[in-house]
Design a protein around this ligand. Structure first.
Ligand code: 13P
Ligand code: SF4
Length: 352
């Protein structure tokens, strides 16, 4: 990192004191995460967003859907700032509000909407979260997807779930953790008429998985796992549930970024891990645990380009602007959208 920028960020943060609350997702660059007041996975950051009500600004070092969620979960007196507006998420972009409304119409046509519960991954736009809230569904993250599905089929009484927008998290959780059969899962492809499914398929399904995926995690393959096991005998393979089913079934342990961090921290010196998640986090774990062997699951996969958009020049610009009393890159969610999105987010935060 450029020492001049580090010094400017430190000076701005000092000048702001409690006026600014900086949140950082685990996939952020090292030099940026160093300035976070709280670091976490998506769930922890959603929980923490409202933890500092006296701060006038929440500087969100993460991606757009996270900043939107923070705006929904905090009071109007707090402004949420995303240091680079181009920090989006390709997975969230794979489900637009129009497409999801069309899908719901298809479910209505098939006569199955009434007992279908939308469960939407945090990695979705505020509009998708609002759709979820309007239909009495819930949001989930990679750390509570199992509980979200158990709630949808249990307490909420759903006969099937429309899982948006990450097909892999939906499939891995349903099949891997709830024991749903492969035949009970279908994939709704928004680019095809009726999602490429017949009414009969929609009626028979328990899990209707949206055809979306993470462009980073989707690149790990079964071969990545086989190759690393050959290279490092005895290695423990740790994968994020956004990975494909073939990767998750071949891995030893599966979980959110917070889980991955805790597993590595708890392991004895000399342990070896191959980790299938974003590269910034894997590199940070390797640096933090020099007594353990920590490698990236597949050396051909690279950083999440949008997470990496938040860099020191953008962070310094956002912080120094606040010091001058100027707000840049504020993320605001339309109040009507926010009301229903909040309902779905609150349902997640209330999951047992
Ligand atoms: P978690 O930190 O919740 O595991 O999320 C991973 C992710 O891809 C966020 O974009
Ligand atoms: Fe989106 Fe994947 Fe990047 Fe997370 S890692 S922000 S899901 S593209």
């Amino acid at each position: 990192a450029d020492p001049a920028l580090t010094a400017r960020a430190a000076a701005a943060k000092r000048a702001l004191g409690d006026r600014a609350f900086i949140l950082g997702h685990h996939y952020q660059r090292d030099e940026v995460i160093a300035f976070a007041d709280v670091t976490g996975d998506s769930f922890k950051l959603a929980q923490q967003a409202a933890a500092r009500p006296q701060a006038e600004a929440i500087v969100f070092c993460g991606v757009h859907f996270m900043a939107e969620s923070a705006d929904i979960l905090t009071g109007a007196h707090q402004q949420v700032i995303l240091p680079d507006l181009a920090a989006g998420c390709s997975m969230a972009d794979m489900a637009t509000a129009e497409q999801v409304e069309q899908a719901w119409d298809d479910l209505l046509d098939a006569g199955v909407a009434a007992d279908t519960v939308p469960v939407s991954y945090m990695n979705s736009s505020a509009a998708i979260k609002a759709f979820t809230g309007r239909h009495d569904g819930t949001i989930c993250t990679s750390s509570n997807a199992r509980r979200a599905l158990e709630w949808a089929f249990g307490e909420r009484g759903g006969a099937r779930v429309l899982f948006l927008p990450d097909q892999h998290l939906g499939r891995n959780t349903a099949i891997g953790e709830l024991g749903t059969s492969e035949q009970d899962c279908v994939v709704y492809d928004p680019r095809k008429p009726s999602g490429g499914l017949t009414r009969r398929q929609l009626r028979a399904a328990k899990m209707i998985l949206w055809r979306g995926h993470c462009s980073v995690h989707g690149r790990f393959t079964r071969d990545s796992v086989d190759e690393v096991r050959r290279r490092i005998p005895g290695v423990t393979v740790l994968a994020h549930p956004e990975c494909r089913r073939e990767v998750v079934t071949a891995a030893d342990l599966v979980g959110s970024t917070e889980y991955i961090i805790s597993v590595v921290a708890a392991a004895p010196a000399g342990s070896a891990f191959a980790i299938g998640t974003e590269l910034n986090l894997v590199q940070r774990l390797a640096t933090r645990h020099p007594d353990k062997t920590i490698v990236f699951l597949d050396r051909t996969v690279c950083f999440c380009s949008t997470m990496n958009r938040i860099d020191m020049p953008h962070l310094v610009w956002a912080l120094e602007s606040l010091v001058r009393g100027e707000t840049v890159n504020r993320i605001t969610v339309d109040p009507d959208v926010a009301t229903y999105a909040r309902k779905a987010l609150d349902q997640m935060l209330a999951l047992p």
